[in-house]
Design a protein around this ligand. Sequence first.
Ligand code: ADP
Ligand code: MG
Length: 303
Amino acid sequence: MTDAAISLRGLEKTYAGGKRALKGIDLDIPRGSMFGLLGPNGAGKSTLINILAGLVNKTAGTARVWGFDIDEHPRNAKRAIGIVPQELFFDAFFTPFETLELQAGLFGVAPKARRTMELLRAVRLEDKAHVYSRTLSGGMKRRLLVAKALVHNPPVLILDEPTAGVDIELRQQLWDYVRELHAGGTTVVLTTHYLEEAETLCDRIAIVNRGEIVANDMTSTLLATAGDKKLMVTVDRDIAEIPTGLGERTEIVGERRLAITYDKRRHQAGELLAAVAAAGLMVVDVSTTEADLEDVFLELTRA
Ligand code: ADP
Ligand code: MG
């Protein structure tokens, strides 16, 4: 537990209106991981992040950041994380340069230790260093917030829906930079509802649904435990009818092609191919596709 970057126990949040946004979250985010917090809108992701940021008060439970309890050692806990909030919120009348300098001041970073231009370069805003922030595009603002989250060099970087409003090309640049930070040892936590993003970027993923963690595992394990697999079979003659023993989710998708969707926890490709052969069809080609994260996600967040 002490080696977790973030450790939550029984974390609860009920908003003033009575909305129970977090229902007892237990979660350990390992140091050094690239961790995805995935869930549909309204699942509670921002609530969780905002509790860590000190923007929302939890109703019950404990939260530790880099070993520091957020109630007992709030300053240390805050210094250990940099948070890029979901909402683009900052003073439009400061320049990016000033924004970072101010933030560094707030965290007590000595002028000599500041990395303002280095950070602006890193997020490719060096040529915008001295323009008013309100003239920046959505993607630039997002990247400025990433730089702002990093001024105190925190070991943990948390990004809440970082690619909302960021165009594809800049999204790629943002991820390149985040990957670089991660390679340099920074623990990265990102919330997203873009499944592909979590799937390709994160080594571990927790899925949140209605204020509860419904899955938490290595990305590869999550994908491997996904139930469905699809077998595409091409045979040597036209298919008159679906051979028996292939299940209800088999379709004829071409004159000589079958798409067999099956639960790999219950069936093996071999027995399905045997059923095809038993129907007098000769298999000339086979391919399979694994379930992707979307399948897992839909399975786990189904009403
Ligand atoms: P996510 O970030 O996963 O989309 P949120 O944490 O923003 O989810 O929201 C979780 C739930 O809490 C939602 O039902 C949302 O409407 C509710 N909620 C969020 N913020 C507030 C608030 N300030 N007051 C009342 N309800 C809120
Ligand atoms: Mg959110």
